[in-house]
Every structure is written in structure tokens, then in C-alpha cells.
Design a protein. Structure first.
Length: 134
């Protein structure tokens, strides 16, 4: 998942030998005997998680959900937004080093919940350019 987020697309086999990958290609070759099989397994896993209904977590401030999205929710939002900024269209695949954030459309501090419908993918510059000030 880290590589999908970093590159903004499906990682290539040769990219396993470079940072931010922490697992080289060897374990994939020994376990799956190819690179496509682990990718298929990952997509199957991610799609199965999408089908599950998330259980709301009560936050101490009266919100139904906590402020920070889980890694699974972050991945689903970024995948939905095609790993690119919804404001400027920037993507790590096109601009190496670009950092993507998952942001609340309606600010959490103003009552917005941490649910997929209220989250969006923004690049760091676009996210810092907005605020919850009315």
C-alpha cells in the first residue's frame, strides 16, 4: 500500500529495490513466483475490505468518528481520487516528491465526520491553502 500511495499508481517490480519499499523483490519471488500474483492478492484484499461496513467509533468530543482516518480508509479515499489532488490534479506519479494528504471536506472541528464521503485527497500545498475559518 505504501508504494501505491508513494507512486500514485501500481508499483513496478524494479521499484521494490528502492525506497520507500522496505521489502525487496526476493520474498515476492519466493512466495508467489511472480510479481502479478501478489498484486492480484493485494487488490482482492483491498476490494474485500471495501465491501465491509465500517463500525463507527465514538469520539470523546461528541463526534461519531475519530479525527484521523485509518490506513484502510485513507487508501480507499486515495484510490477513489485516483491518487491525485482533487483541487489541482497533482500526482506523485507526475511530480516526484509530491505529498498527498487525506483532508476533511467539512472540517472535523466544525462537526464533519471522518467518513469516506467527507474525505478528499489533496496535495500538501492545496491542503495548507484551505482552512476551517468561516
Amino acid at each position: 500500500m505504501r508504494l501505491w500511495e508513494y507512486y500514485g499508481r501500481q508499483p513496478r517490480f524494479r521499484e521494490l529495490s528502492r525506497a520507500p519499499s522496505v521489502i525487496s523483490s526476493g520474498p515476492y519471488q519466493r512466495r508467489f513466483h511472480s510479481w502479478m500474483k501478489p498484486l492480484e492478492q493485494f487488490l482482492e484484499y483491498a476490494n474485500a475490505q471495501d465491501a465491509r461496513i465500517p463500525t463507527p467509533v465514538k469520539a470523546p468530543s461528541g463526534h461519531r468518528t475519530g479525527r484521523d482516518p485509518s490506513l484502510r480508509l485513507r487508501f480507499r479515499v486515495m484510490k477513489r481520487d485516483n491518487f491525485s489532488c482533487r483541487t489541482c490534479g497533482g500526482s506523485p506519479a507526475l511530480k516526484p516528491g509530491l505529498s498527498l494528504h487525506v483532508d476533511h471536506v467539512k472540517a472535523w472541528s466544525l462537526g464533519g465526520e471522518t467518513i469516506e464521503e467527507n474525505l478528499q485527497t489533496l496535495c500538501e500545498a492545496c491542503n495548507q491553502g484551505k482552512s476551517n475559518v468561516l
